[in-house]
Structure formats: C-alpha cells, structure tokens
Design a protein around this ligand. Structure first.
Ligand code: BES
Ligand code: MN
Ligand code: ZN
Length: 500
C-alpha cells in the first residue's frame, strides 16, 4: 500500500473514497460538515434519513455525492463526542478500514486523522492510522497456490490533516506508523508460517536479511551454531534441541544507533519453532498452534525491523534462542539434570517446560552487554492464558520502575500488559531433591513459577518478562498471529529514545 499525508479539504480531489466521521446524535465532525457544504447538504440529508446515527463502529457508504470529485463517501460512527478519546479513535479507524477495504475503491482519503481524540497529537493519530491500515489489509497468502479473489484492500491511502502547521507532525507520524506496521506484519508472517518452513535456520536467515537491509543504521547479526553453543556451555538450551533433527540457532542482532556510552536494552525472544512437548508429549488436539511458539522471537525480529526503518537513535541487542522441541532417541528425559550456562543445575521434570530452558541460557548470555534493561518475550505458559485470557500480556519484573515503563509503553501503543506478582514465596515451588532447582513448580500459579525460574538467571540486571501465550495469536476461525507485542516493544524504545 502507498501512503501520503496532505493538508486537504474533503471532496475536492479525485479519490475512490473519502472517509469522514459522524458523532452520536448525528452531529457531523468538522470535515464531514465541510464536505456537506460542498455537497449542498447531501451528507446531512443522508444522516437525517436515519441510516447513520453515529454509534461507534458503524459505517455508511454513500455514492454519487454531488459537487465532489470522489467516487464514494464513507461515514464512520464515532460515538459520543465528549468521550471521543484515543481508544474510540482506534475503534473508528478499524471500522473505517474494514468497510473501505470491502468496497471496490483502489484508493482513499482519510479525514478521521484530523479529529481531536483525547490528548492525542497529530503525529500519534497519523501513526495509528498508518499502522492500522496495514493491519487491516494484512493477508497471509504465502502458502496458497493462488491469492484469495475476495480479499480486497485499498492500494493508496492519503492521511489528511486540517492545519497547515501539522505537516511535520503528520510526516513523522507516517514514518513511525509505517515502520510499526511493517514490523507487526513481519512478526505475523513469521508466526503464521508453518513449522516445516519457519525453522530455526529460517529465523536466522530472516535476521541476516534484516541486518543486510538496515546495514546503514549499523544493524549487525551473528548466528551461533550448535558447536558455538556447546563451547559457551549453553547446555539447557541444547537439552531442548537434543530430540530434534533440525539444527538449533542462537541469533544475536545488534543495533547500536544511540549515544556511544549508552548501555543497550536487550530483547530476548523464545524461538521454539515447534513445541511438541518433547518426551512429555502434548495431547494431539490443537497441537498445530504450537507453530506459534516462536512468537517471542518473531516479535524481536519485528521490533528490529520497526526501529531499523525508523532509524531510531537507541542501542538495542536482540537475542533469539531458536530450536524445535521434539521427542526422539536422543531427547532429554524427565528427571534428567542439566547444568545451565550460569552454572546452576536444573532437574527437568517436564520436557514441555522448555521455553524457560532456552531462555535461561540466553539471559546468561545477555550479561556480557551489561544491559540497561533486559526484556524477554515468550509464549511461556498455558497458565498465563488461564490467568489473563487473550487481552493483556503477563508482565513480571525484578524492578518496579522498569515494570512501570513497560506498562506505560503498552498503554500508549494500545498493546497492553498487566503486572503480575513475583514474590519470593513462590520460589519454593521450584525445589528439587536432586538439583539446584526443578524446571516446573506444579499447577498453582504456573505463569508465576515460570517467571520465578527465569528470575534466577536475571540477577545481574534490571529485567522484565512478557508472557505472551494468550496474546501472540488467535485461535478458531480467525486463527493467526497478532504480531503482539511489537507495538509495545517499539513504543518502549521510542520512549527511551525521546528521553535521551
Ligand atoms: N509453549 C507452551 C505454552 C503454551 C501453551 C502457550 C498453550 C500457549 C498455549 C510451553 O512451552 C508449555 O508447554 N508450557 C507448559 C508448562 C508446564 C509443563 C509447566 C504449560 O503451560 O502447560
Ligand atoms: Mn512446551
Ligand atoms: Zn513452548
């Protein structure tokens, strides 16, 4: 899709569809009113007829609007004017893009961007509009022999602003929104690809591709092979790879585009490209969804794409622990004891609790960067889905300020997280009679004990853990990756860049 921003009044330019808003109680927004004047009252008549009452999420398509150069006008319900905030704005955008993509229009001119929404800036509104336009046009058709003929979407989008002075803000917003949209799309693609295509080697190739594409920003990649990991002593990571014929990869992405002396933020992604559970085999039903178990890794790659495209002035390192979790003759068995890279020994009581086994060695590897903060992202526990469902990501942290910073980024990006407990008392559940501790803590508070396990490898830095098991993908008819939490992570880095 092609994008542009423009200071333009509605209805004057040739376009497939002009998009304007209507508040509840049938009040036209400023651009709808301007369009109505041009069209000699055609729009207000349509609204008065009762076909559009302005309720949030509703739309009405008008054709043959007199005195205008556009083929169509799409009216979008905005809800109540006095409660029209950022959330309502996003809801209106989603409805608008859904409706315009269902028409035959090839291009559109969006005027909702010039609405005042809560405390938002023009830059934020344009960024959200660009990112949501990309989201709503997203299709995953790489594996279909021919594209879906019914899946239409506009090809060009103009994002309008009402004041000439908004130009700079709108342009910056467009850059950020496009970069974010592209980052989210990459994360979705990687999640949606099947396990036989998106292997650890494929993730490594994607990282190499990013480093090549954004080389001018200083993005670099290094891929550690099995032998390299053996030399480093990443034995818990390798214990997960033991049952698989697919070679594991440890991917190191470096993007050092911020102030020279600034310590980097390290993002650590769980990259299990398929999780069978290993010898503690999962039940068969719905097991296909375990191709999404690399979503943490996908979100790291998506975030690198976004910050690279924005040329964001920050220092970030991405670490991806990529392997399959398979049963096999050489697979790790329940009861096996492995010495992690940190030197701590782990009794593996369940081979299906493999995410923490690959992440713990990655966290130890992160120490070498003396990071300002480490955030790991993982589809870690079914228990997190039980606790929080599919709305918010579970957030755990060993530092309250960092936790608040992550929560705030989620709020701004509308990609929310919820702070979960990490009290010492929970650590007792990991007790082992044979090793330093076990890799599972029983049924109670499963998401918390998983985070407790990770915390034992995060003592040397400020650390936050995002359990995205409930938010990284959708099941059922809409089955597919959501690209979360790329918006949260990207916003976290934007906010850090703004502060320094
Ligand atoms: N990848 C799964 C977690 C998961 C399960 C995410 C279902 C989304 C939906 C993880 O590796 C896993 O299997 N966790 C186990 C841990 C248990 C054995 C302590 C789980 O949640 O059942
Ligand atoms: Mn598992
Ligand atoms: Zn898993």
């Amino acid at each position: 899709m092609e994008f542009s921003t423009k200071n333009i009044a509605p209805g004057l330019a040739k376009t497939g569809c002009v998009i304007v808003g209507v508040f509840e109680s049938r009040k036209l927004c400023a651009s709808a009113a301007a369009l109505d004047r041009t069209a000699k009252g055609f729009v207000s008549k349509a609204v008065a007829s009762g076909d559009m009452d302005g309720r949030a999420g509703t739309t009405l398509l008008l054709r043959h609007v007199p005195n205008t150069a556009c083929e169509r006008v799409l009216l979008v319900g905005l809800g109540e004017e006095k409660s029209f905030n950022e959330k309502a704005y996003r809801k209106a955008l989603a409805a608008a893009f859904g409706a315009v993509n269902a028409t035959g229009a090839a291009d559109a001119e969006m005027h909702l961007t010039s609405l005042a929404a809560g405390a938002s800036t023009i830059s934020w509104r344009v960024a959200q509009a660009a990112a949501l336009a990309i989201e709503s046009a997203y299709r995953f058709e790489h594996m279909k022999s021919k594209p879906d003929a019914n899946a239409r979407a506009i090809k060009r989008l103009t994002l309008a602003y009402a004041r000439a002075g908004d130009r700079q803000g709108a342009e910056r917003g467009l850059e950020h929104g496009l970069a974010l949209g592209h980052g989210v799309s990459l994360a979705k693609d990687l999640g949606n690809l099947p396990g036989n295509v998106c292997t650890p080697g494929y993730l490594a190739d994607q990282a190499r591709e990013l480093a090549k594409r954004y080389r001018s920003t200083g993005m670099k990649v290094k891929v550690l092979e099995r032998e390299d990991m053996e030399k480093l002593g990443m034995r818990t990571l390798l214990s997960v790879a033991a049952g698989s014929a697919e070679p594991p990869k440890f991917i190191v992405l470096e993007y050092l585009n911020g102030p020279k002396k600034q310590k980097p933020v390290v993002l650590v992604g769980k990259g299990i490209t398929f999780d069978t559970g290993g010898i503690s085999l999962k039940p068969g039903g719905g097991m296909d969804e375990m191709k999404f178990d690399m979503s943490g890794a996908g979100s790291v790659l998506g975030t690198f794409k976004a910050v690279g495209e924005m040329r964001l002035p920050v220092n970030v390192v991405g670490l991806i622990a990529a392997t399959e979790n398979m049963p096999g003759g050489r697979a790790t068995k329940p009861g096996d004891i492995i010495k992690s890279m940190s030197g701590q020994t782990v009794e593996i009581l369940n081979t299906d609790a493999e995410g923490r086994l690959v992440l713990c060695d990655a966290l130890t590897y992160a120490e070498r960067y003396e990071p300002a903060a480490v955030i790991d992202i993982a589809t870690l526990t079914g228990a997190c889905v039980i606790a929080l469902g599919h709305v918010v990501c579970g957030l755990f942290a060993n530092d309250d300020k960092l936790a608040q910073e992550v929560l705030a980024a989620g709020e701004t990006a509308h990609d929310r997280a919820w702070h979960m407990p990490l009290h010492d008392e929970y650590q007792d559940q990991l007790k082992s009679n044979f090793a330093d501790f076990a890799n599972i803590g029983g049924r109670p508070a499963g998401a918390v004990t998983a985070a407790c396990y990770l915390s034992r490898f995060a003592k040397k830095f400020k650390w936050a853990h995002l359990d995205v098991a409930g938010t990284a993908w959708k099941s059922g008819r809409e089955k597919g990756s959501t690209g979360r939490p790329v918006p949260l992570l990207t916003q976290f880095l934007i906010s850090r860049a703004d502060r320094s």
